[in-house]
Design a protein. Structure first.
Lengths: 144, 144
DNA sequence: TTTACTGCAAAAGGTTTGCATGGGT
DNA sequence: ACCCATGCAAACCTTTTGCAGTAAA
């Protein structure tokens, strides 16, 4: 907790880049409530805290924050990308309702073994896997 | 083989829609070599066969062809969606090289059991899962 | 002092849509 | 004949980028 900033500061200085208040604001806000988000939501949340940051800066910084390992891209929906804060949280996958959009996170440890198997079989160095399961939740099936 | 068209014809008439040469051209071309594609590639392939179809029609028809179960969306990359012909082929997942873009398809039958487990546990009617594994292939690791 | 970072606004690029025409059923 | 589907071009929307000013290091 607060750890994210430390990690980002090291990352940035290691790369010979600069840290800025804007970057810290973004990261702080993301981890203030580490739920899935898209650029627009994050922008509005930041505005809500009084930040005057521009969307351009958000777009420019998300790849860096991703490279640093604090967030990852999860899925693209309605024409835009969604992100998931991952730092400090175990790897998980998503079960998503196609109607209401509700998202349930679940952990599937077998996938680690699967990764290893695939890496060996096809001679790949696996970087990540993304498993997205979709369907209809109980509530949405009733109100069909 | 050719089966795709039959399926689409039934689907379309069941929905009270109309079949057209453009729609058949799209489907025929997709299954002429059923590899992953994006809209632009498909458009060029169609042009290559002499078709005068517009991109607008492709964009308007892909959702229908998807709903019919002939294709599915797989991943969004470089700002646009990629598609996968699925009809008549077993369900598979993708292992993708982050550098050269090479795609290896693999089958993981355990995922069916996983789907069932998730459905029961969270009371979801599962529609589909998408597992996308990324990393670096042997060739790209050597030429780093 | 250097030069990466920011905000702004314009541009880019994929996808959608309005409209008039054409063609299934 | 009805009205859905098409082509064209404009609109739309997310994301990227050029530029001039600002501020880390």
């Amino acid at each position: 907790m607060g750890d994210e900033l430390d990690r980002f500061r090291s990352f940035v200085s290691l790369k010979g880049l600069r840290n800025t208040p804007e970057r810290e604001d973004i990261i702080t806000e993301i981890f203030a409530s580490p739920d899935h988000f898209d650029v627009d939501e994050l922008y509005l949340r930041l505005r809500g805290t009084g930040s005057k940051i521009s969307k351009a800066s958000i777009y420019r910084n998300l790849p860096l924050i991703k490279e640093c390992g604090l967030i990852r891209e999860i899925w693209h929906e309605n024409g835009h990308m969604h992100y998931d804060p991952v730092y400090g949280r175990g790897h998980h996958c998503h079960l998503r309702c196609l109607k209401c959009g509700k998202v349930i996170e679940f952990v599937e440890k077998e996938l680690v073994a699967l990764e290893k198997r695939l890496g060996n079989k096809y001679d790949f160095e696996i970087i990540e896997h993304r498993l997205d399961v979709t369907g209809y939740c109980a509530h949405c099936r009733q109100t069909d």
